[in-house]
Design a protein around this ligand. Structure first.
Ligand SMILES: Cc1cc2nc3c(=O)[nH]c(=O)nc-3n(C[C@H](O)[C@H](O)[C@H](O)COP(=O)(O)OP(=O)(O)OC[C@H]3O[C@@H](n4cnc5c(N)ncnc54)[C@H](O)[C@@H]3O)c2cc1C
Length: 512
């Protein structure tokens, strides 16, 4: 298997020129470049070499405690020691105060090198934002230094056996006792519910402080420290991400503190979830980029068949293989650009309805870009792609969850045909598409406008959610690639970018 190569040049091209991060007052190009280069070296040298061994060994539950695979503890110690856990935290709290755009680049590289470890570490930025937004001064003083230094990692405890996509069904009970609260109930699928990397763990637990009839208004958010009353009862056997412990947790009279207002738990949890959704989109981008790298290197070396002139051919000489290689690269670059543009819109404080549309599009398109590119990779490598040895099989397995967690993709496509059809968001999306396209018109624009109007007249447009998403993501990809083509000269290989742009804009290779 070829060594992981962090796609730093592509990330910087996307941030600087496609998303125009340089237009933001707080953007510091030298810092961005230094941080990404430095993290890329760390990912290539320390994180990526553990990816395959971690997949083989997996996390284990021994005597009620989770053991991470060999080498993960040392890697995390280096990560935390170098300050990466506090990348986006404000400097006054001991963090690096780096722009979320740079952090997005770091996160993508982390996921490409070792998705399992990234998942355990990368709920921390969302937890830090939640504390800064909703925490009391005492809660911030207690937890921020621990999270920033890596003394603590954090989890997000939402899912229950009867409450997956529908969080209004949460039954885990929070009871007020004196000044504090106690939690009783069962949570499942909790990433990093326990691990042996950090001394402490901050569990952000969504629990019912009101009655079942209160629905989501009866849910509050709690901080719950690692303690004997919050135990891991099992870790799940799963298809991929073997090194990431997916934990079933039982809370029995576990001490907890309310964070934010009682009954406003879901709203507070969205601070973590909004960060996590774009992060999941970038996990998909990372898998697409890694699949593209593995496939391109393999296809450039393996001799098979003949060229039209009869000379011996490499796999990459075959038109159909080249088509798939181009699709992989275009998926990675296009999905990354979508995420970076969305992050810039967030920094510009664009309207909430537009951000909701863009986040949904990124989540679905990014997560599916990962599996589609991995699938192309397996086809490109033939039988060897199906073997463990060449790595693309692990990419395929690890990438698949991205379409399921952080809101299954069907929920995001549904949001596009419900709230996303309202004028404020849809008009702002139309404006954004036109802005990105410059003086050109994306071929899919007029049809999207017509269908949007037709859907607005329907009482229940949800059966069309997937098809509407496909139209909308295809349109956004066309606009994004018009922008990418317009700035291609800033990429280290402009001709390659031009070719990919032609591939997308003329062959409609945006994924369905
Ligand atoms: C590896 C892994 C890690 C995870 N990490 C965490 C974690 O750290 N914390 C946590 O709380 N949870 C975590 N989860 C749980 C994950 O978020 C849930 O699996 C997910 O929310 C879906 O819930 P469910 O599995 O119960 O599926 P269901 O809710 O039963 O949904 C099944 C399918 O039905 C469809 N569907 C359901 N509702 C709708 C709807 N309203 N509109 C359209 N389609 C719908 C979707 O296609 C969905 O995929 C993790 C899961 C896994 C496998």
């Amino acid at each position: 298997m070829t060594d992981f190569k962090a796609p730093i040049d592509d990330i910087l091209f996307s941030l600087r020129h496609v998303a125009q991060a340089e237009s933001l007052a707080e953007w510091d190009d030298d810092i961005a470049s230094d941080i990404l280069t430095h993290f890329g070296q760390f990912a290539e040298g320390v994180l990526a070499p553990l990816n395959e061994s971690g997949d083989r060994q997996g996390a284990r539950l021994e005597n009620g405690k989770v053991r991470m695979p060999d080498g993960f503890g040392d890697a995390f110690a280096q990560l935390a020691g170098d300050g990466w856990q506090g990348l986006t935290a404000p400097e006054e709290h001991g963090g690096m105060g780096v722009s979320p755009l740079v952090a997005a680049g770091v996160s993508e590289v982390f996921s490409g090198a070792n998705h399992s470890l990234q998942m355990v570490c990368n709920l921390v930025p969302g937890a830090i934002s939640t504390l800064l937004k909703f925490g009391s001064p005492a809660q911030c003083d207690h937890w921020l230094p621990k999270l920033i230094s890596g003394q603590a990692l954090s989890t997000m405890c939402l899912t229950e056996p009867g409450a997956g996509s529908d969080l209004s069904a949460i039954r885990t009970k929070a009871t007020r006792q004196g000044d504090g609260w106690h939690i009783d109930g069962e949570k499942i699928f909790i990433s990093g519910g326990d691990q042996d990397l950090s001394e402490d763990i901050l569990h952000l637990v969504l629990a019912r402080s009101g009655t079942a009839e209160d629905g989501i208004r009866g849910l509050s958010l709690f901080l719950c420290q690692k303690q004997p009353a919050a135990v891991v009862s099992r870790i799940e056997e799963k298809m991929g991400l073997h090194a990431s412990p997916t934990c079933q947790m039982v809370f029995t009279d576990a001490q907890a503190e309310l964070i934010g207002e009682e009954g406003a738990g879901l709203q507070a949890m969205f601070t973590v979830m909004n960060h996590a959704r774009l992060d999941v989109a970038l996990q998909g981008v990372a898998h697409a980029a890694r699949a593209a790298q593995l496939s391109a290197e393999y296809a450039a070396e393996r001799k098979q068949g003949r060229k039209p002139d009869g000379a011996p051919a490499l796999l990459s000489d075959h038109a159909d293989v080249q088509r798939m290689l181009d699709s992989q690269a275009a998926l990675a670059i296009g999905a990354r650009a979508m995420c970076h543009l969305t992050l810039v819109e967030i920094e510009r404080q664009s309207s909430a309805p537009l951000l909701e549309i863009l986040t949904a599009l990124c989540k679905v398109f990014g997560s599916e870009a990962g599996t589609q590119a991995a699938d192309h990779g397996m086809q490109i490598m033939g039988g060897y792609g199906y073997l463990s040895e060449y790595g693309v099989e692990q990419v395929w397995r690890d990438a698949r969850i991205c379409a399921i967690y952080e809101g299954a993709n069907g929920i995001h496509t549904r949001a596009l045909v419900t709230r996303g059809l309202r004028a404020e968001g849809a008009d702002a999306f139309d404006d954004l598409v036109c802005r990105l396209s410059g003086d050109q018109t994306p071929p899919a624009l007029e049809n999207w406008r017509t269908i949007r109007m037709q859907l607005q007249t329907l009482k229940d447009p949800t059966p069309y959610a997937r098809r509407y998403y496909e139209m909308m993501s295809n349109l956004l990809q066309q606009a994004v690639w018009l922008r990418i083509r317009a700035v291609a000269q800033h990429h280290p290989d402009p001709a390659y970018i031009e070719r990919l742009a032609t591939h997308v804009l003329t062959q409609g290779e945006a994924p369905a």
